[in-house]
Write a protein of this length. Structure first.
Length: 256
């Protein structure tokens, strides 16, 4: 329970996804005694997923890199592959195995998987889907030194997977807030231009008042462009004359 509370507090205090995932996998090791927790997330291509965060002893990482011939972070697992990772991703439910090889087919040979499993004293591996609104976006993998995993422990694993989903969702929302996208122009939106204000009484103007106000409103650049279109000004000259209202008015007075 303490580990879950710490993870939840981390979600509140952090908007950086990597920092949050680091905290979660650390809690899984330190407080719940899991071995090598790993988080796999869907890649932008939506056709594969890769390791995003793990907490594995250095000796196991080095052994895995020698056996795999590359860093675990460099491996892309195609969602169409037939292994326990991809099956869990597709099915959206927790799976378990006592054979690491079942997770990493075809990226590792059976003898190599057994070597890594023996180094970490792994007896059972739990694979849980990470999803947002029913759509799989990743996998949480936990290894245990215990042979039998009770149902209550699987529920805890599912809760941690949900915590990761929340972390990813919060990160996406934080990124979205930092982007400004123009949705529409309020100047042209009818509901903004004519929305009545209950606290302002109607203003009724006479025709003379309207005419007087219009006489004080300066002409816009579009007026001058239309008036001068037959004069043969190129765009450079036209823009130069329209830099200031005073210049435009002076030219128009000359033409008048």
């Amino acid at each position: 329970m303490e580990a879950l509370q710490n993870a939840s507090a981390e979600l509140i205090n952090q908007s950086d996804l990597d920092q949050t995932l680091s905290k979660i996998v650390t809690e899984l090791v330190q407080k719940l005694d899991y071995v090598s927790p790993s988080v796999y997330l869907l890649n932008p291509d939506k056709q594969s997923f890769s390791v995003r965060k793990l907490n594995v002893p250095k000796v196991a990482v080095e052994a895995a890199e020698r056996i795999l011939g590359k860093s675990i972070y460099e491996i892309k697992f195609d969602i169409k592959e037939e292994n326990l990772l991809t099956r869990t991703f597709r099915e959206g439910k927790i799976n378990m195995t006592n054979d690491l090889y079942e997770l990493l087919i075809p990226h590792i040979q059976k003898i190599g998987a057994r070597l890594i499993q023996n180094i970490l004293f792994i007896r059972t591996i739990i694979v849980a889907p990470i999803d947002i609104e029913g759509e799989s976006i990743g996998i949480l993998v936990l290894a245990s030194k215990q042979k039998d995993i009770p149902e209550v422990e699987l529920n805890v694993v599912k809760t941690f997977a949900d915590q990761i989903s929340i972390a990813i969702y919060n990160s996406q929302q934080s990124d979205a807030k930092q982007k400004t996208t123009s949705q529409r122009s309020k100047e042209d939106a009818q509901d903004y231009r004519y929305m009545p204000d209950a606290d302002i009484p109607p203003i009724v103007l006479t025709e003379d008042e309207i005419t007087e106000i219009q006489s004080t409103v300066p002409n816009l650049p579009g007026f001058y462009r239309d008036a001068w279109k037959d004069l043969g000004f190129d765009s450079t000259v036209m823009n130069a004359l329209l830099i200031s209202q005073h210049t435009a008015q002076s030219v128009q007075r000359i033409l008048d």
